[in-house]
Design a protein around this ligand. Sequence first.
Ligand code: XIL
Length: 350
Amino acid sequence: MKSITHIFFILLVFISACNVSAQDGTIRNSADKLHKNIGVAVSNKFFTFPDNHEYKTILKSEFNILVAENAMKPSSIESVRGEFNFSKPDSLIAFAIANNMKVRGHCLVISRPISNWMDNEQMTREELFAILKEYITTVVSHYKGKIYAWDVVNEAINIKETDGYRKTIWYNVLGPQYIDSAFVWAHQADPNALLFYNDNSGETLGGKSDAIFNLVKGLKDRNIPIDGVGLQCHFKLGQTNFEEMKKNMDRIAAIGLQTQITELDISIPQSMFNEDSYKKQAEEYKQIVSLFLNDKNCTCLLFWGLTDGFSWIPKKSKNTRGKGLILSEDYSKKPAYYSILNLLQESNTK
Ligand code: XIL
């Protein structure tokens, strides 16, 4: 009898220990308590690869917000003119709702990739305006009330151009006015969704962030419905000045716009894949997450992929860089994961 009681007691301690680690030991648990949105971009493999149980389990236990890495881009939703295919994003949203997670929409207007039929500069201005309006209205209405924030226009700036605009089909045929119109149409379709301008390489101070700032200030001044700026944050280890980033975030806040960290990764050169780099990476992740936690105006932080195995960086950099995320290919937790978790847990005890 005594030994049965003993076993029972051990079992009880074990079960409660499991509960503690399941509930308290995740990024999500701390983020929820702090009312902070922390999430990841979901790979297209979410929809197709058979052995995705572990992937999905980690998504829902570690994060409270999701974005589709590619499945909600126009090339995926309207690859054929007039045929809107919502199956992938719908299943992502169903997963998010079932697990009490938010969804961020990425993105309505993008330069590349876009469907071949759309990428046609022979179209008249009127025709292309109508296509864009139909696209934005259809997609935003379909997800009305389900997508909490949209990247309305993505990467419209190129500071190497004399007028500062990236020369896309949208700009070439419609002129810069497409940006104002896109925000107006998105707002008409879902007045409650938060609307963002999203771009890269403009997180700290400099020509690109000045251009982004001027663009969004212009939108605000013209009363275009914009709520914030998405800072993509595709960083390279050792190259980000976080004090400058804070200054940039503050000037955006000063004109009444939110910021969101939308596509974070901190990649490492291939020749430096070692423990020392992972420690430095953990330190930088700590700096940016602490910036995020200390800034009420910065309302979301998303990593651009769940593990190093799902990151876009190796392909993009022709394998010269990688290992930019907080979990390894085999889902094991990197020093960056623990530095973030510790910071979140500390913030919860303050
Ligand atoms: C990238 C995806 O991660 C890749 O899988 C895809 O091949 C190309 O697009 N900025 C953006 C994202 O706004 O849409 C990009 O995503 C990464 C850079």
